[in-house]
Design a protein around this ligand. Structure first.
Ligand SMILES: C[S@@+](CC[C@H](N)C(=O)[O-])C[C@H]1O[C@@H](n2cnc3c(N)ncnc32)[C@H](O)[C@@H]1O
Length: 122
């Protein structure tokens, strides 16, 4: 995955906005309860998580990704956004992900996949 995203991550958001459609609608539909926790599996550049954190100021957002390259971009974006207190990222493979070990919690109000499910093996 790192091979795929090493260079792609630099142009990912400006190019994908034309064909990864429906992401904002997905996030607008999450509507987590106040104080709820939102988890994205395969969070990429954290574009969706930042949108969710802005839209739901009482929620805490978590994201995992198997590409460390993507996570470099994601971490920078989170830092620059000023939302680092409410957006936590971690490296994890969805097929072996242990939320308790990774984030210290095992329950989430909402869990979503955005254009990542088809990339993840059974
Ligand atoms: C097409 S991108 C979508 C990124 C983001 N969700 C979005 O909507 O912009 C797919 C992401 O899923 C991640 N991914 C693929 N397989 C994964 C796995 N097994 N575990 C965690 N993340 C994975 C990739 O590294 C990549 O960042």
């Amino acid at each position: 995955m790192d091979r795929l995203y090493r260079f792609q991550r630099h142009i990912y958001d400006p190019t994908r906005k034309y064909y990864l459609l429906g992401r904002d609608r997905l996030i607008e539909g999450l509507a987590p309860p106040p104080g709820g926790a939102v988890l994205e599996i395969g969070c990429g550049t954290a574009r969706n998580l930042l949108w969710a954190a802005r839209l739901y100021p009482e929620a805490v957002c978590y994201g995992i990704d198997v590409s460390r390259e993507m996570l470099v971009t994601a971490s920078r974006r989170v830092e620059r956004s000023g939302l680092a207190r409410r957006v936590e990222l971690a490296w994890a493979d969805a097929t072996t992900f242990d939320p308790g070990a990774t984030f210290g919690r095992s329950d989430f109000s909402r869990i979503f996949f955005s254009y990542s499910l088809s990339m993840i093996p059974d």
